[in-house]
Design a protein around this ligand. Structure first.
Ligand code: FAD
Length: 404
């Protein structure tokens, strides 16, 4: 027996689940294949990874009618403070001067995914195939034929459109024969959380120092999510620090703007690379989320960019349905690639450029002058704010907070 879907999404992470939700109110049947059962255990704030969702991401989730479910779990970022340790440059961006309710929103990834999964379970046309894995996929007579292993049995599925949202190592991307370009930053992100003794006042901080950067994001209960990015030559030093020494080092680099750091959570390491896929689509096949591109976390853009990809693809699929066109029409995916090219290139160049500017000791003076200049020239700051918010250029309906 064969189970039939219009769309199969491989991977029920943030990208796969968000795309499924964007399509949930349509007549399309969507299967999500995920090897791990939804994690529904609650973690303490000090023990879980967070994500900063931009103002643009909020609008997209408003369009999907799920933002109000997120709201109780997210912490707004009212301002961002950027500085360079031991140098004069500093800039601060405020939500008010950007005419935004907040510059972004910090949420635990596990919480976002739990709420997405709960919402998806209320739609009859969305099916979770989990725990399960695609063993084999082939395009036969304009349909993808899949063998999927579930509970030690193998089942046959078929679908019109196949989406790989199965993460940076995307097994489906390899099956589809799509290549990636990689640039190794020779840097590692150390992710953790700290407890403060002072209020963070809903401010996020980015502080650069010789050999790295510290990003602090406000979370509830005076906790801050911490991402320390260090050059790999310094990694063994940072890794070797005890919790107390790690906290003292953070405090030394960051200073006492936020009072004394009281407690630190466990630390997780992420090697940092820029990964891009020259071809993000093949016949009746699309790469989505980390499977399509991975950016350095310095500007918190990676998933926010993916969400804009998702908004555009979902809108194009709905437009095709509404105009009686097939969702397998090759021009649809060609148009999707064209429409996404500019935003993807701009966001990748912006993030990559920040790494270059802030990693180079030779650029310390110009970058400090630039930060000071930025602080004094409001239109430039507005432009930077729009970059961060993901609200530059032509926006999809979802990105304008409208349903599709
Ligand atoms: C330190 C750090 C900080 C970050 N901060 C931010 C931020 O503030 N803002 C932002 O926008 N982005 C941020 N990012 C990026 C963001 O975390 C990712 O873009 C996002 O999590 C990617 O989601 P995804 O669903 O594409 O991939 P994943 O989260 O990797 O999900 C992939 C899914 O596929 C499943 N899977 C794996 N193998 C298979 C298989 N064989 N078959 C089926 N499914 C499979 C996995 O179980 C998982 O559920 C950060 C990244 C890092 C490393």
């Amino acid at each position: 027996m064969q189970t039939d879907f219009n769309i199969i999404i491989n991977g029920g992470g943030l990208a796969g689940n968000s795309l499924a939700l964007a399509l949930a109110h349509t007549s399309l049947t969507v299967g999500i294949v995920e090897p791990f059962p939804p994690a529904n255990k609650q973690r303490s704030l000090l023990e879980s990874r967070t994500i900063a969702l931009s103002h643009g991401a909020k609008r997209i989730y408003e369009g999907m009618n799920i933002w109000s479910d997120f709201e109780p779990y997210c912490t707004p970022i009212q301002s961002i403070h950027v500085s360079d340790k031991g140098r004069f440059g500093m800039t601060r961006i405020h939500a008010k001067e950007q005419n935004m309710p907040a510059l972004g929103y910090v949420m635990q990834i596990a919480e976002v995914n739990r709420i997405l999964c709960e919402k998806l379970s209320t739609y009859a046309n969305i099916h979770y195939v989990s725990p399960a894995r695609i063993l084999h996929a082939a395009l036969v007579d304009e349909r993808w034929q899949l063998s999927i292993s579930q509970n030690e049995q193998t089942y046959d599925y078929c679908t019109d459109l196949l989406i790989a949202a199965d993460g940076g190592d995307s097994p489906l991307r390899k099956i589809a024969g799509l290549s990636v370009d990689e640039k190794d930053y020779q840097q590692t992100a150390i992710v953790t959380s700290i407890q403060l003794t002072h209020s963070h006042n809903y401010t996020a901080y980015e502080r650069f120092f010789d050999g790295g950067a510290i990003a602090l994001l406000p979370v509830k209960d005076e906790t801050m999510a911490v991402v320390v990015t260090v050059n790999n030559q310094l990694l063994s030093f940072w890794q070797g620090l005890s919790d107390g020494d790690f906290l003292a080092k953070l405090q030394h680099v960051f200073g006492y703007r936020l009072g004394r750091f009281a407690q630190v959570g466990s630390r997780t390491l992420y090697p940092l690379k820029l990964v891009t896929s020259p071809e993000q689509t093949a016949k009746q096949f699309v790469l989505m989320g980390n499977a399509a591109h991975i950016l350095h976390p310095i500007a918190a853009q990676s998933f926010n960019l993916s969400l804009r990809d998702i908004a555009v693809l979902a809108e194009m699929l709905v437009n095709a349905l509404n105009s009686g066109q097939s969702i397998t029409e090759p021009s649809l995916l060609a148009d999707y690639t064209d429409l996404r090219h500019r935003d993807q290139r701009r966001t990748i160049q912006f993030t990559d450029g920040l790494i270059e500017v802030f990693s180079s000791p030779f650029l310390a003076l110009p970058r400090n002058i630039a930060m000071t200049g930025l602080d004094m020239i409001p239109p430039l700051k507005t432009m930077l704010g729009k970059y961060g918010a993901g609200t530059l250029g032509r926006l999809s309906r979802l990105a304008r907070g409208l349903g599709i």
